[in-house]
Structures are given as structure tokens and as C-alpha cells.
Design a protein around this ligand. Structure first.
Ligand SMILES: C[S@@+](CC[C@H](N)C(=O)[O-])C[C@H]1O[C@@H](n2cnc3c(N)ncnc32)[C@H](O)[C@@H]1O
Length: 202
């Protein structure tokens, strides 16, 4: 079952900020400096679309952004965002189902992969990998296991909650870093926050 956040669209941002403060926002905003001017970018699982407003602060014009979001409620909220003069193409579909020949200078997966089982992670990763131009940049931010009991407790609670509400398929974190290593990505920037349990990588 896909991790469709339709049911949580109206409270997702408030809840995530209540639990993690601004950590989920900072971890993504930190990476935006890597977006090249006038680039063609793909964002998968952007949620309510607040990231589009943050991108417009860094690059107010010249970008073409394909915004793939499986949830129609999340997509509807995203369409209301102030995206500056950037061109945004909203696609209300799973990113791995997009059938076009576009290649991207940069792809961004903000808290997308933690929703997936190992099998779906591989499928989605491979699909996006084929869409990134050689030498392109992949921005990723997500949870990572740290072994600390209170973080494990928070993560497990979050996973259970979103499994119930949104049909999230994964019941544990998968090896996201392993995917990047297997596909020979070179890390140019890496920052962990929230006591190391959130990792932002370019
Ligand atoms: C955990 S939320 C993160 C939302 C946002 N990135 C944020 O940090 O506020 C994951 C988002 O990915 C979307 N999603 C899940 N699977 C997807 C897929 N295969 N393609 C595109 N979006 C997907 C969900 O609907 C949800 O909005």
C-alpha cells in the first residue's frame, strides 16, 4: 500500500513541528544552497509544499520544478504556495509512475524514503536515479537509526501513527545511505541534526 498522506494533510505540518520543532524544516532548508541557478529540478514527496516557498527565497526565478506528490490533498495545499517566478509543474502521482523523458539537474527527496520498505525504496531510488543527469545533484534528508532509546521510541510512535492514519508501508527504517553508496554517489555535503537522528545529504 502506498504511503499516501491525504488524511493527514490538514494537520501534518503542525504535528511534525510539535514533535520535532523546526528540525524537519532546517534539515531541508540547509540543503537548498546546492540548487543551481536556472536548473530543472524534481521534488518527490514535498508534502504541503512549504519547501516551494523556501526555495523561492533562495532562487526566486529561473527554476523549473516538477513537484510529484502522491496525495491529492497535499498537492492541493502545495498549489496555493507562493513559488516566486519559478515554474512549477504539479504532478499528483507517485514519483516512480511519472512517464516523461525529462532529465533533471537536481532531485530532492525530503523525508520520502523512510516511508518505504526495502523493496519500494529500491524501485523508487532506481527510477529517480535514471532521471538525474550525469553529474547532477541529489538532495536527501531523512531519519536515520541512532540506537538511542528515546529516538527509537519517538520514531516507532511516529511510524505506528502514520501506518494507522496514512497506510504507511514501512514499519522500520531502511538502509537509505546504502542505496547512495551502491549507486556510487559522492557526498559533497552532510549534516546531522536533532541529536544525529536526522541526516541531510547532498
Ligand atoms: C513524511 S511526508 C514528508 C512531507 C514533506 N517532505 C515534509 O517534510 O514536510 C512524505 C510525503 O511523501 C508523499 N509520498 C509518499 N510516497 C510517495 C511517492 N511514491 N511519490 C510521491 N510522493 C510520495 C506523501 O504523500 C507525503 O506527503
Amino acid at each position: 500500500m502506498p504511503a499516501n498522506y491525504d488524511n493527514s494533510a490538514w494537520f501534518y505540518d503542525r504535528l511534525s513541528r510539535l514533535v520535532y520543532g523546526k528540525a524537519l524544516v532546517w534539515s531541508q532548508v540547509y540543503l537548498l544552497k546546492h540548487i543551481p541557478a536556472n536548473s530543472n529540478i524534481l521534488i518527490a514527496g514535498g508534502g504541503t509544499g512549504w519547501i516551494l516557498e523556501e526555495i523561492a527565497k533562495v532562487r526566486p526565478s529561473g527554476l523549473t520544478i516538477t513537484y510529484a506528490e502522491i496525495s491529492s490533498n497535499m498537492t492541493a495545499l502545495s498549489k496555493k504556495r507562493n513559488t516566486g517566478s519559478n515554474k512549477v509543474i504539479f504532478i499528483n502521482e507517485p514519483v516512480e509512475k511519472i512517464e516523461n523523458d525529462s532529465l533533471y539537474d537536481l532531485v530532492f527527496t525530503p523525508f520520502l524514503f523512510d516511508n518505504f520498505t526495502e523493496q519500494t525504496l529500491q524501485q523508487v531510488f532506481t527510477h529517480m536515479h535514471t532521471r538525474l543527469k550525469p553529474g547532477g545533484v541529489w538532495l536527501d534528508t531523512d531519519f536515520r537509526p541512532t540506537g538511542k532509546w528515546w529516538q527509537t521510541f519517538m520514531l516507532k510512535s511516529m511510524i505506528m501513527f502514520f501506518r494507522m492514519i496514512c497506510g504507511r508501508e514501512a514499519n522500520k527504517l531502511t538502509d537509505i545511505e546504502g542505496q547512495f553508496e551502491r549507486h556510487k554517489y559522492k557526498v559533497i555535503d552532510k549534516k546531522s541534526i536533532f541529536e544525529e537522528c536526522i541526516l541531510s545529504t547532498a
